[in-house]
Write a protein that binds this ligand. Structure first.
Ligand SMILES: N[C@@H](CCC(=O)N[C@@H](CS)C(=O)NCC(=O)O)C(=O)O
Length: 234
């Protein structure tokens, strides 16, 4: 049995971490049986100190990319069989762009933007008892802000981060076009990565400047809603 370790549902999506959602949607698209364990406490048990990780018949695998590689090879899953070699290469680079660039804009929007931080804080630390709740969120926030500085995104002005976000969303919107999925009418690994981040802009139950700017890309919103109703309708 496969067990996915996650932070847990928040903001109306399966997880606030796109990497967790990516693995979850992959498992659903691959029709593999699995269960989900929820809690930031699992970070301590994770082989790479981050979530997600899975335990598959006693084997622990960390990092969404390596998890997908493991699942593809062990269970002979190929969501990309309808892609050409060139499309597979494009898919890889779309995924990298999402995870190495747009992801950091998302993290900035929740942890560094003073307007959204109070909402994020309440959601991420719900259930944390007082007095821990009065101290721990700002300590963790400081750590995340340090990471954002190290990565470089928060060295840009707020407006520049909005511009970077817009550029990525605009490019994804053009690439998707009128398609149901990025590479035609069938889900592929690229969609698993794309949905995982896009749902964080289009399906969450809070508003921010970042989510607001995303609204102009109607095809991305419809795409998220389509995948949501296909894979997450209860
Ligand atoms: N490359 C990793 C990234 C995972 C990642 O960054 N997870 C974040 C949440 S989005 C995390 O666990 N952060 C907690 C920490 O760094 O302590 C993957 O693809 O799984």
């Amino acid at each position: 049995m496969i067990t996915l370790h996650s932070f847990g549902p928040v903001f109306g999506v399966m997880d606030a971490s796109p990497f967790v959602v990516k693995v979850d949607l992959f498992l659903r698209a691959a029709q593999l049986e699995y269960n989900v364990k929820v809690g930031a406490g699992y970070l301590k048990k994770s082989p790479k100190g981050k979530l997600p990780f899975i335990v598959d018949d006693g084997e622990k695998i960390g990092d969404s990319a390596f998890i997908l590689e493991h699942l593809k090879s062990k269970y002979h899953i190929d969501l990309d069989s309808h892609l050409t070699e060139q499309e597979r290469a494009t898919s890889y680079l779309i995924n990298k762009s999402i995870e190495e660039n747009l992801y950091w804009c998302l993290v900035y929007s929740r942890w560094a933007d003073d307007k959204t931080w109070p909402i994020a804080k309440e959601a991420f630390f719900a259930g944390v008892p007082f007095p821990v709740s009065a101290i721990v969120p700002s300590i963790i926030r400081k750590g995340v802000i340090k990471n954002l500085h190290g990565q470089g995104i928060s060295r840009h002005s707020h407006d520049e981060v909005l511009q970077i976000t817009d550029k990525s969303l605009s490019a994804l919107s053009v690439l998707l076009g009128e398609n149901s999925y990025f590479f035609g009418d069938k889900i592929s690994t690229c969609d698993v990565s794309a949905y995982a981040i896009l749902c964080q802009f289009y399906l969450v139950d809070y508003t921010s400047e970042f989510n607001a700017l995303a609204q102009k890309y109607g095809n991305l919103k419809a795409y998220c809603e389509r995948i949501q109703s296909e894979y997450y309708a209860s």
